[in-house]
Design a protein around this ligand. Structure first.
Ligand code: PLP
Length: 444
């Protein structure tokens, strides 16, 4: 087995979502990062076209975040979150609530997007039960949805490979159809004109199962991991309307779309649709410390917590949480990250760059192997014609991008997904597109 220059034995570490057998022979190892670039183990500067994994929105190596984490570690390294707390958790919750659309004024902290999704699904079930609607246990996701890898997330998720090895999953879930149709929306920028009627599938599920069995619907405002699928114009409003009419809670999974990716604090604001809960993670700490959470509406919080009657003083309202909920280091990283987003106006910057980004990325449609391109906010999906077995060309793309073109890209099957840090400049967009052009030439 090839060893990287550092000489580590690669076999004890089992990498997630990675072909480990191949990786051990051709490792891609990063040892540093600054601004728009990673540093590879051989010293090369690697252009980060994916903000790590959709999380380093303010770019790498931000000193103020590192200092905040270090200062917090010295002052209070850890505080239990069950029956105790610390000032940082209240401070960050208040800030997040002020960023989110009203009435999402309450935050439940966890450590990742997957935990945030499972937390939101559990809150939905608890809320329905306390509303006197305990028969509402069905959870609805969407085809091609990605909601992390917990059992809740894969049950409502819509990606077959993430589901098919893990048994029957949660009972009583169902799925809306995805919203993508290449014939109807080729080479789209922003929200496609076509597809609002796909939201009506929720009415069909209501007719099939009965509204009084459905607790919640969860969707990503823009499906990210499955290749950047923007919602059709009017689709999210229609989902909101159907949910409201039938007493179904609407959850937006904003693990990717939160914190500026779409040019606003949350996708809910960009699309002017307010769900009952928003899950977040990733960009909340610029990726520096694991943190996730759920923003919850006043009504749900009242139902479960603040106006709950009949509980004794020692009665816990929700039997749920994590050892590291509201971890002091994550809270400190979150505060410093939100400061940076505000000081550098990064959400507005992403909005201002949306058109130049789309203009530049769509020039890649000239390549024969490019089947479709979709852009929205500072994200793009580029579908490649498969070569041989599905995913083979995508896999070749990620390797060549790294080893030959000094670039980190993300792939899902044969789709390249791009989501650069929001600090990217127009010159850097041009540089990235030039490298992508060389990559596509090589792959053709
Ligand atoms: C929409 C969405 N939800 C949930 C997750 C899971 O997040 P994590 O990997 O932090 O568990 C992701 C990760 O990419 C995501 O994109």
């Amino acid at each position: 087995m090839a060893k990287p220059p550092s000489g580590h034995n690669l076999s004890p570490y089992w990498l997630p979502f990675t072909p480990n057998r191949h990786f051990s022979k051709h490792p891609r190892i990063l040892t540093g990062a600054d601004g728009m670039y990673y540093i590879a183990e051989d010293g090369r500067k690697i252009f980060d076209a994916t903000a790590g994994l959709w999380c380093v929105n303010a770019g790498h190596g931000r000193t103020s975040i590192a200092q905040a984490i270090a200062a917090q570690a010295k002052k209070l390294d850890y505080a239990p979150s069950f029956q105790f707390s610390h000032p940082g958790a209240f401070a960050l919750a208040e800030r997040l609530a002020s960023l989110a659309p009203p009435p999402l004024n309450h935050v439940f902290f966890c450590n990742s997007g997957s935990e945030a999704v499972d937390t939101a699904l559990k809150i939905a079930l608890a809320c329905q039960q306390l509303r006197g609607q305990g028969q509402r246990t069905r959870l609805i996701g969407r085809e091609r949805g990605y909601h992390g890898t917990g059992f809740g997330g894969i049950s409502v998720g819509g990606l077959v490979n993430n589901r098919n090895m893990f048994g029957p999953l949660l009972p009583g879930t169902d799925h809306l159809p995805h919203t993508y149709d290449i014939e109807k929306q080729p080479y789209s920028r922003g929200e496609p004109e076509w597809g609002i009627e796909r939201a009506d599938a929720l009415e069909h599920l209501v007719a099939l199962h009965g509204a009084d069995t459905i607790a919640a619907v969860i969707v990503e405002p823009v499906a990210g991991s499955t290749g950047v699928l923007a919602p059709p114009k009017g689709y999210l409003e229609r989902l909101r309307d159907i949910c409201t009419r039938h007493g179904i809670l609407l959850i937006f999974d904003e693990v990717i779309t939160g914190f500026g990716r779409l040019g606003s604090a949350f996708g809910a604001m960009r699309f002017s649709v307010t769900p009952d809960m928003i899950t977040f993670a990733k960009g909340v700490t610029n990726g520096a410390v694991p943190l996730g959470g759920v923003l919850v509406s006043d009504e749900i919080h009242a139902q479960i917590v603040s106006t709950r009657t009949g509980l004794p003083d020692h009665g816990i309202e929700l039997f749920h949480g994590y050892t590291y909920s509201g971890h002091p280091l994550a809270m400190a990283a979150g505060e410093a990250t939100l400061d940076l987003y505000a000081q550098e106006d990064l959400f507005a910057r992403a909005a201002a760059l949306e058109n130049p980004w789309a203009d530049a990325i769509h020039t890649l449609s000239e390549f024969g192997i490019v089947r479709d391109i979709r852009t929205i906010g500072l994200a793009a999906g580029i579908d490649l014609e498969p070569a041989g077995s599905p995913g083979a060309r995508g896999f070749q793309a990620v390797q060549s991008a790294f080893h030959t073109h000094d670039m980190m890209i993300r792939i899902t099957g044969d789709t390249i997904a791009l989501s650069p840090p929001l600090i990217i400049s127009e010159t850097e967009i041009a540089l990235l597109v030039e490298r992508l052009r060389r990559l596509l030439q090589q792959l053709e």
